[in-house]
Ligand binder design. Sequence first.
Ligand code: PMP
Length: 450
Amino acid sequence: HAARFREQTPESRSFHDYAASVTPLGVESNVRSFDPYPFYTERAEGSYIYDVDGNEYLDFLLALGPIILGHNHPDVVEAVQEMAETLDVTATPSPISIQFMEKVVEMTPSIETVRMANSGTEATMHALRVARSYTGKEKIAKPEGGYAGAHDYALQSVYADEEALGPADEPNTVPYGTGIPEAVRDTVVPFPFNDKEATEKILRKHADDMAAVIIEPVMFSCGCLKPRDGYHEFLRELTEELGIVLIWDEVMTGFRLGPQSAQGRLDIMPDMTTFAKAAGGGYQVAGFGGKEEIMAEIIPPGKNEGEKWNTSAFHGGTYNGHPIAAAAGLATLEVLDSGGVYEHIDRLGDRLFTGLQEAADDVGIPVNVQHIGSMGQVYMTDHDIHRYRDTWHANEDQFADWWLEAAADGVLFGNPMQGERFFTTLTHTEEEIDDAIEVAEDAFRAVNHE
Ligand code: PMP
């Protein structure tokens, strides 16, 4: 299935050989590497990205989430250009980042105060530390299959097989890859998303040591697992009862599932929230926030030097609140908050994802399309998809082949990994959606019965 892709991407092919001599796998982040080789991107505009061979791709990958207004939205470009000429980075606080944070607080119902970071990874790492500081406890719990960033605490029970993960109702903690200390593994407890009984048993067992539960409102880090049967209502009550800080990792869903993020859409208020991606409209904006009382853990209460740092949770970073990123973020949030964006991307999301299911059904290939609003995923299986382990029924190789077929026809349905997801954006049109569905249907036909 890579034949047409190869034919169309000779420049990327040779660039890849050169790139691999410069950086491992020839890519900047492991998830950008795929078979036979990635295409290298030169330019982006609105709904499209262009590779070094001059191929045009209708983009539903959208940088894994940040591009909610289309690439290079004029307001964002203008804000960035203006700030680039005015203020680079100074390691002194600036009005622009305070204005950005004020907008975050204004839009996000459960965030009372907030701090900035540069990536989702940093945001979750700091949020977990603050939660540990607040509770005086050390362990954290996360759903198995969930990705909450690339730091050691988050890289537990992300992807693993059944043998490693063990029993579904009390899964093992499995480090994702090598180089992660054993001692960190012992501080992370996985639980099965959407399984109330097992979740309750696990959290009660560890409650005395448990500082935080970090969870995505909708588990887009394994495609698209929607919460069901009041799962989040239950988790909200249980964590409150057990004195565990509930952190909603809205890196993927924040400012994407609505102006009030997933918490507004589902009407559930976590204690802390992390966000990134869509908040920056394509620039390195991230942050974490929540109840003022919890965020106050960052404030050093002592007056003398030693006490100052040792009695509070440290949060720092040279680029936190970078003026250019903050300007891009503020411009993005202002557009998002001005009305119409979510109505558009959700309507097109419904059209795209239901269209994909219909196309698969017409072809007769077993596919389960899951989505909420502008975000969703195509699973190559007709199995129910509610829990992480359900996703094991999906055919990874068939998905990658389907993706390659569509890419060769100029449509990027996310990236070629079954555990990812893809999006609609403000610049997409109904016509583009309908064209994409046709491309998808041909691709389903090409990979059917394998
Ligand atoms: N949390 C979630 C839910 C994510 O999806 C991601 C990234 N895909 C992260 C955290 C980490 O964000 P970043 O890649 O910006 O470090």
